[in-house]
Every structure is written in C-alpha cells, then in structure tokens.
Design a protein around this ligand. Structure first.
Ligand code: C2E
Ligand code: MN
Ligand code: MN
Length: 364
C-alpha cells in the first residue's frame, strides 16, 4: 500500500523478512528519496494477495475512514471486513496519524546556515595556567536558533586526558564524592578564566550532594568571588542516581534552585527514573540521552517519544537539550520537531582545558 498526500509517502512493504529488508535499503539509498523514516516493523501471519487497485482519493473524512478500514483489512487480516472489537488496530492508527499530518514533518528549516557559528567561538588554551590534580574538557551546548553558545559543560579528565570512567573506577565512594565536590570548584575556577559570556554546566553525583551538602553553598560563594553569574551555572544530576534517595534529592534540588543555579536532569530517557522525575524535581532543563537522540531522523518510535517529551517539557516550561548529536539529519529533524539546543560531536567535540571551535551543520 502506498499513500501520498502531495508531499509525503506512506508505504507499506509486505513480504518475507529478508527481501523486504533489502528492498527497504534500496529505497533508502535511492537519492530521489529524502527523510525516510521506518514507522513500524511488525510480523504478520502469512497470507495470499488478492486486493489490487489504484485510486485517487480526496483527503477528507470519508477517505480517512476508507484508508483506516483498508489498513485494518490489509494488515490485520480481517479480510471478511468484520471487526473483532471496536478498538482500532495499530496500523490503522498509524495510517490515521499520517493522514492527519503527524508524520509529515516540515521541510528542514532553511534558516541560512548556522555555519556562521564556525570560528565564532575561539579556542583559548589554558593548559598551563592552572595547577590541578585533574583536568577538564569543555563541550559547548549551542542554541541553534539564536546561534549562541549557552553553556559549556565541564567534563572531568585525568592529568593525561583520561576518561571520567577511568578516574572514577579507581576510587571508593567516599573518595569519589570528595573528588566530585572538589572538582566542581576547580572547574569553576578554570571556567572563570575563559573570555566568554556563556554559562557553565557542571555534573554532580547526587551522592556527592548528600555527603557534602555544603558544596552548593561553596559553589555559590566561589562564583560570587570570581564574578561568575550564578544564573549562568547549570547543575546536572543524572536521573539514574536521582531516584535512589528521592526525599534528600528533592531538598537538595530545592537548595540548588534557591541559590540561583539552574537545575538540569542529565541523560533523560536512559531508562531509570522516567517521567516521575519531572514531577519530583521540576528541573529547568532536560538533557535527552543520546540513546534516544541518535538515529531520530530515521526511527518512528524515537520520533514519537521525542515529540512526547517536547510536548511535556513545553507545558512545564522546561527547556530541552539534545545530547550526543552526531548527524546532520538528526539535528535537522530535532530542530524541526522543536528542539533548539544541542550538544554533540557534530557541532563541537570536548576540548581539553580549552573552548573548542564550533562547526555548523551544512544543510540546516
Ligand atoms: P555526560 O554528562 O552525559 O557528558 C556527555 C558525555 O558524552 C561526555 O563524555 C561527552 O564527551 C560525550 N559526548 C558528547 N557529545 C557526543 C557525541 O556526539 N557522541 C558521543 N558518542 N559522545 C558524546 P565523557 O566526557 O566521557 O563523560 C562521560 C560521563 O562522565 C558524563 O556524561 C558524566 O556523567 C560523567 N562526568 C564527566 N565529568 C564529570 C564530573 O566532573 N563529575 C561527575 N559527577 N560526572 C562527570
Ligand atoms: Mn552531563
Ligand atoms: Mn548526558
């Protein structure tokens, strides 16, 4: 079945798994097609083909009903046309969503290239200017609409640029939390030496907040002393740990807000806390995990989930950051869907003790 609304096609491919997968790949590789999204892949019982026809239909309510019914018949093998119950099948619901424009998206925003970001943000090396046990890499979070760097996220590194994992793995809980707290103060000191008007985003383990509750006040004092605006500082908590001790975390989240910092939930959607964290913590910012973000432009389920997160966040006044964006097509889809802030290798990789240059995507 092939539906066309003048701009977009919805096609159902039916057959054995391997040839259908190959056919799908051929279609996807054909340069005449753009923005191919797999809505669902669903096994159905084998059947013979009997219905063949081609029709030009108006996009009205009657047609919608006809298409829904046809989908029911075609995909759900209700060839006798009898519905077993009143609920619509999944494929009919997808066809309906298509007819109502849910999957049509819009052409990618042709706002003249954000490539003007390139070189806008000059690297500044700080390698030797601070004497620290550990170092930091900084990665920009960019507002694509206004073409501004909103924040740089400080990512901890070993003396030779080692990963956070390899640093944290060496430590027991006590030492880990101590380093975590201390390193935030260091990150702020390094950041204050950059010549930039953007803000700073810091990762804190909820366990650190529990063990060193003074860290919030210490950060506030240090920011004031260094002349860094508190409202420009984001504190990121990962959703995984945030749920382990909800009452304490709620209190600390409130303290973070009361001190004038912004609160972000990191790696949202990576599978631990779910939507309840929006109710509990009411963060200012949600950072959507790269597991959901990557491949968004080609995956129906990802798109549906992201749309739902955007819808929720908008209603709650929460701003969204898409993490781990590596492909232009994903950025383009996400931007069209309503996300304006991005972090990822596509735009800028983390730079050791420096602010990296930014590469705007070409086709946006
Ligand atoms: P995170 O806070 O989610 O930080 C983003 C991670 O994703 C960083 O890895 C960054 O290098 C990586 N990343 C950014 N863009 C892309 C992309 O386009 N593709 C891919 N594949 N990866 C991308 P990193 O620096 O290895 O940090 C890993 C995690 O370690 C961080 O995840 C954060 O949870 C934790 N971490 C880093 N620094 C600190 C710190 O100072 N304190 C605490 N508590 N945790 C930290
Ligand atoms: Mn983070
Ligand atoms: Mn993250």
């Amino acid at each position: 079945m092939l539906l066309f609304d003048g701009l977009n096609f919805l096609q159902v491919l039916e057959g054995r798994f391997t040839p259908i997968t190959t056919l799908m790949e051929t279609i996807a590789e054909d340069a005449r097609h753009h923005k191919i999204v797999t809505l669902i892949k669903e096994p159905i019982a084998e059947r013979e083909y009997s219905m063949w026809s081609m029709k030009l239909l108006r996009k009205d309510r009657q047609t919608l009903t006809l298409i829904e019914d046809t989908f029911e018949v075609l995909l759900e093998q209700k060839r006798d046309g009898l519905k077993q119950n009143n609920s619509k099948s999944r494929s009919a619901l997808i066809a309906k969503a298509f007819m109502e424009g849910a999957w049509t998206g819009s052409e990618s925003v042709n706002e003249s290239a954000i490539s003007i970001l390139s070189g806008h943000y000059l690297p500044k090396k700080l390698e030797n200017s601070v004497n620290l046990q550990q170092k930091f890499a900084f990665q920009p979070i960019i507002d694509v609409r206004s073409r501004q760097v909103m924040w740089v996220e400080a990512l901890i590194r070993g003396p030779k640029g080692e990963s956070p994992m390899s640093i944290f793995d060496e430590l027991d809980d006590k030492a880990l939390h101590k380093l975590d707290a201390q390193s935030k103060l260091d990150a702020l000191k390094v950041f204050s030496q950059f010549d930039t008007s953007c803000g700073l985003s810091l990762n804190l383990l909820p366990g650190t907040l529990l063990e060193f509750p003074d860290i919030v006040e210490d950060l506030a004092q240090l920011a004031d002393n260094l002349g860094v605006k508190r409202s420009g500082i984001v504190i990121e908590l990962t959703e995984q740990e945030a749920i382990e001790n909800p009452d304490h975390i709620n209190r600390l989240a409130n303290e973070i807000k009361a001190k004038g910092f912004l609160l972000a939930i990191d790696d949202f959607g990576s599978g631990y806390a779910g939507l309840s964290i929006l109710v509990e913590l009411q963060p200012h910012i949600l950072k959507i995990d790269r597991g959901i973000i990557q491949g968004a432009a080609q995956s129906g389920p990802r798109e549906a989930i992201i749309d739902a997160i955007i819808y929720c966040a908008k209603r709650l006044g929460i701003s969204i950051i898409a993490e781990g964006v590596e492909k232009e097509e994903d950025l383009s889809w996400l931007f069209t869907a309503g996300i304006e802030r991005f972090q990822g290798y596509l735009l800028a990789k983390p730079a050791l003790m420096a602010l990296p240059p930014i590469h705007g995507p070409k086709n946006l």
